[in-house]
Design a protein around this ligand. Structure first.
Ligand SMILES: [Zn+2]
Length: 322
């Protein structure tokens, strides 16, 4: 599931708040680093002395910070125990989407998809994260055709022949969060919409290829945006992905339109979503005032989105949920 609730009220303000949040975190990080002695226990919880654990790692990050780059806070860097927990939650999330893939069909209501997700998640020992999140009324987001994201399952929305739908599943398992989404094509989908769904998946995959330590989130965004543009599509600017794992939505904000070499430095232990929304027409969107959630394309043309949750590793990335 996407973030950020503030975007729903005012996109420009949201971007401002995001940046402000980052500056605050940078300040906190610097303060913590000053307090930690070389012989103190490392901040990561390993029990090792700082000088034998993350000191060199922090110095490397600090070097990028001095060059003017945005860098992650310690809170964004998960330790092995947390990663193991988040990996399990991601595994459950993927299984729930596999279950949806087996059962989704023409004539089904989106409320039925909601029940499938809720039942399967609980059967696997998890809790659906969207339910009650910021007041969201259902256990999954279902977004059809010109709905970009945050569609609310309903007894009156019936899947028709030719529909394309995003099903966005998020799970809490033992307190850890998993998050991913997929597109499903219902019956005979027309060629131009099939192409949109395929290219949206390729955009995500090209983004994932760029997730490597000591590179930038902008490198990933640039790969996504470039592929969308080459195919005549646009990428939604006002909504992005997010850090995830200990909370449903964590920093950083993840853009899919930023230039290469910009945005936050990626380091091992960071976990976030790659979930670009690809529009057939313009990137402009609006929120449904009647429910305060569902995002639509301004021009009424279709939108497609795939979402993967990734962990930055020492030499690339690991997919934690898809
Ligand atoms: Zn450490």
């Amino acid at each position: 599931m996407l973030t950020y609730e503030i975007i729903i009220t005012d996109c420009n303000k949201c971007a401002g708040r995001q940046r402000q949040g980052r500056r605050q975190n940078e300040k906190e990080r610097t303060m913590k680093m000053e307090k930690l002695g070389r012989n103190d226990h490392c901040w990561c919880g390993s029990g090792k002395k700082y000088k034998q654990c993350h000191e060199a790692f922090d110095e490397k990050i600090h070097h990028f910070e001095l060059e003017g780059h945005m860098v992650p806070t310690h809170e964004m860097i998960k330790n092995p125990q947390q990663i193991a927990g988040i990996r399990e939650s991601g595994r459950i999330n993927t299984l729930v989407l596999d279950y949806v893939a087996e059962h989704i069909r023409e004539g089904m209501t989106t409320a039925e998809i909601d029940r499938l997700v809720d039942t399967k998640t609980r059967e696997l020992g998890g809790i659906p994260a969207p339910l009650g999140y910021e007041g969201f009324p259902k256990s999954v987001c279902t977004s059809i055709n010109n709905q970009v994201c945050h569609g609310i399952p309903s007894e009156t929305d019936v899947l028709k022949d030719g529909d394309i739908i995003n099903v966005d599943v998020s799970t809490i398992y033992n307190g850890y969060y998993g998050d991913s989404s997929r597109m499903f094509c219902i019956g005979n989908v027309k060629e131009e919409n099939l192409r949109l769904v395929r290219v949206a998946k390729e955009c995500m995959e090209k983004g994932i290829e760029q997730v490597k330590p000591w590179r930038f989130l902008g490198d990933m965004a640039d790969a996504v945006n470039r592929h969308a543009k080459e195919n005549g599509y646009s990428v939604v600017i006002d909504i992005g992905g997010h850090g995830v794992g200990l909370e449903f939505h964590e920093d950083p904000f993840v853009s899919y339109v930023a230039p290469a070499g910009t945005e936050m430095l990626m380091v091992p232990g960071m976990i976030f979503t790659i979930e670009p929304m690809i529009n057939m027409g313009t990137a402009d969107i609006y929120v449904d005032d009647s429910n305060g959630w569902t995002i639509y394309t301004e021009d009424g043309k279709p939108s497609a989105q795939w979402e993967t949750m990734v962990l930055v590793t020492e030499d690339g990335c690991e997919i934690l949920a898809h």
